[in-house]
Ligand binder design. Sequence first.
Ligand code: GDG
Length: 478
Amino acid sequence: MGRLIVVSNRVPLPDRNGNPPAGGLAVAVHAALQENGGIWLGWSGETVETEPGPPTIRQEGPISYVLTDLTKTDVDEYYNGFANRVLWPIFHMRLDLAEYARREMASYFRVNRLFADRLVPLLKPDDVIWVHDYHLIPLADELRKRGVQNRIGFFLHIPWPPADILFAMPIYDTILRSLAAYNLLGFQTDYDVENFIGCLQREGAGDVVRNAQGGSISVGNTTGAGSYIRAYDQEFAAAAFPIGIETAEFARLSARVSTRASIQDMRRSLEGRALIIGVDRLDYSKGIAQRIDAYERFLENNPDDRGKVTMLQVAPMSRSDVPEYKAMQDAIATQCGQVNGRHGTIDWVPIRYVNRSLRRAVLAGLYREADVGLVTPLRDGMNLVAKEFVAAQDPEDPGVLVLSRFAGAARELAGGAIFCNPYDTEQTAAAIGQALSMSLVERKVRWERMMTRLLEYDVTHWCRDYLQALNAPASNLS
Ligand code: GDG
């Protein structure tokens, strides 16, 4: 195998000692880059007023980190604009939140051209290129236009929507067509693959030519195999690769941290009450408002439980340059205040709300202390919090995961989590009640099912599987 070239909007840079930042994807992808050497290219996070200069290159052993600045206009229009105000809401089925501006679409393609221009001079013929996420969908097409013939793969971290949703987006056809320039499209779940193929079929643009049964693009035991597709006069593969976490490492971390004074202090402050935990970037896709409604309904429906349970919601701010996110920050803070005002007593606060980022180790310790993990997105590509909550549990006294059926993680955690429909307040409230009253025996059985899966298919496995499929000989596609 040649070098690996990874391209993503942001690059998780290693620390001064060359160690990648803790946490899933960065560690696994860095390990893959170490093996054969390679490049990780992306935006530096810096903005400039006029045309960005040449990229900065940082060399760490066999890995080059190539960082390009962007103009302020490009960040406003490509990142905050088309990527986060069109693609993100549409792919999460929020047509009502999508805002189209022609200028922003143009900027999205301009930045993809810039990334292609930066990458081409660095490429060698046997390099394998792996592009990440919705910011960079047209990148392969731009590379092909520049004569690049290398194998190029794409992995979408967010869901792929059904045709009726995608087709509501202007230039959906350009987006769909540009994906045919890749050799391998990776999605989080088989549902996303189905939706993608459905879009091609409805568009009359192409179809499956062969399903791979147990072939090189078959993954895991819940996702089935991938498909070989012919569309827009191109042949390529599409398959589900459900992203994992560093399961064993996270389990060890949580066990270690649980003895720390800060975690013990938090436990003491609960005064014997059960703890329900929610952890999410502050994003409308995560269903935080609906979750708080469901918790309030649980308190209303179960007067005997009032004063016996505390909900801890950690929701660090994200994308604060996008107006919907700023508005949401205020709305969630108000909602928590109202619930506390309505139901709190002089010695009990129903919801503790933390609107900032906590350290990873602290999160691991908090998950382990919690009796219930409440993970209720309205739509989510995977949701790593669900997996982290499971990995962090004490095997002798595991907590219960209440999980939205609309999270990609639900495909793997069936039989372990209690599923809920986050749009159904009453049902989610009942799921909270069921979780809080579950027997130790049942908790253990459910947890073991989930943990077995997460240990087996962790992020290293995910990364290896994807790259193996991307490197599979082109003859597989015929
Ligand atoms: C996208 C897709 C897909 C959260 N708060 C804090 C904190 N976090 C960490 C969690 C977890 C990560 O952030 C969030 O991961 P998710 O998967 O839940 O969500 P997205 O950011 O939306 O990610 C998603 C993912 O890509 C991977 O493919 O699963 O569906 O939307 O790891 O622990 N970390 C720290 N402090 C916090 O306060 N340190």
